[in-house]
Design a protein around this ligand. Structure first.
Ligand code: N2P
Length: 390
């Protein structure tokens, strides 16, 4: 961050110097050949007349200062709002006239939004930095967005189990940690012990049901109501042990409201850093369950009715600079699929096995996917029945 601020300060000083009026130079005594014309300044990206950009993203998902840097460089005012889960974003998009120019859906969830015509195609010719993206990563996204027409990667991670190590060990009282960390939150033998220090789940059907389905041996994105029944029965058995359904997981972990949680990998790492900074003794650890974490690839998309489409492309191009991808990994603990970022990612981040996964852990991940509209009511009913404890 410091480097970026410094660069901006230097740029500001330089621009100020350029703007200063010079005294006219005395006319030369003898005529000289005209100096060659100065090369034209490189043209900036095309922008909309209205210098506004409305972005809708997840909380705690952008490095500090990145929006301000964009605003300063492009002279665009950014209105930045957040949503708590894919369901909330979806409702906003389906209602129409969201007012947003860039939204950040998870790729698997975005499939039905693409199919429903809620996004406009990205104009790659306006994104000079598009080539920074890793083709293998883009091929994964093409599974839900053929030819990568609508989605540009923001960041990726996985939904997993995290723990407060000391509190969990104490609550388990000598019982060894399970081989598959999902047992901590899905198996009554463990959850009944962790109840005392608190279990928290992310509050979202599309986060909890895929891991629950996978845990009971069914496809994570099953379309079979019988599979949901099975997952619902498993969840019902641990319901009494779940203290909270959280939309503010970083705070809830850091403030000690829960000792075991179903959360997002990077957010658990952010909470771990926060506890350390506050001088806390407990270690917060995202685990790599043998049962696999649930991959999410979050992406930028431009809603069909966006009003500032050129500004949106300028922001996407800005975000795809290698330096910005590196900031996402270094400060937010989320990799971005940006090849050009790799050189600037700190060794301690590259060496963190819960951010840059080993091939073995990668192979165990539950691949990204999505539910169809047909199964949506079964998904929601199963989740709501679980949450209500009915
Ligand atoms: C939020 C990052 C995770 C979003 N801080 C999960 N799709």
């Amino acid at each position: 961050m410091k480097k970026q601020v410094l660069a901006l300060a230097i740029a500001a000083v330089f621009l100020a110097a350029c703007g200063k009026k010079e005294e006219p130079a005395p006319a030369p005594a003898t005529p000289v050949a005209a100096a060659p014309a100065a090369p034209a300044a490189p043209a900036g990206p095309m922008l909309d007349d209205e210098k506004t950009l409305n972005i809708y993203n997840w909380p705690d998902y952008i490095p500090e200062g990145m929006i301000a840097a964009f605003e300063q460089e492009f002279g665009i005012k950014v209105n930045y709002n957040t949503f708590e889960n894919n369901e909330a974003l979806h409702a906003k998009l389906v209602a129409g006239n969201s007012g947003y120019d860039i939204v950040i859906p998870t790729a698997g969830f975005a499939k039905k939004q693409i199919d429903g015509g809620l996004y406009q195609p990205i104009d790659k010719s306006k994104i000079a930095n598009y080539g920074n993206l890793d083709p293998d990563f883009m091929a994964k996204i093409a599974g839900v967005d053929p030819e990568n027409k609508h989605l540009v990667p923001w960041a990726w991670g996985f939904t997993t189990v995290g723990i407060n190590k000391q509190k969990v060990e104490k609550a388990l009282g000598g019982m060894p940690m399970p081989e598959n960390a999902w047992d901590l939150v899905f198996k009554p033998e463990y959850s009944s012990k962790l109840r005392s220090c608190g279990i928290a789940y992310l509050d979202s059907p599309s986060e909890i049901l895929p891991v629950a389905l996978h845990y009971v041996g069914k496809p994570a994105y099953s379309e079979d109501p019988a599979d949901f029944k099975l997952a619902g029965e498993m969840l019902a058995k641990v319901r009494k042990d779940v203290r909270l359904f959280s939309s503010t997981m970083i705070d809830d972990i850091a403030s000690g409201k829960a000792c075991a949680f179903v959360g997002w990998s990077g957010d658990i790492n952010i909470a771990a850093d926060r506890v350390k900074e506050m001088g806390g003794k407990d270690e917060i650890v995202p685990l790599l369950p043998t049962g696999g974490g649930l991959v999410f690839i979050d992406t930028m998309a431009i809603p069909k009715d966006a009003k500032h489409v050129l500004n949106a492309h300028a922001f996407i191009d800005f975000y795809l600079r290698g330096s910005n991808g590196a900031l996402m990994a270094n400060e937010m603990n989320y990799p971005t699929g940006n090849k050009a970022a790799l050189a600037d990612i700190k060794d301690e981040i590259k060496g963190n096995a819960t951010i840059f996964l080993s091939p073995e852990d990668t192979a165990r991940l539950i691949p990204t996917g999505g539910f169809s509209n047909e199964i949506a009511s079964t998904l929601n009913d199963t989740y709501n029945a679980f949450k209500r404890g009915k």
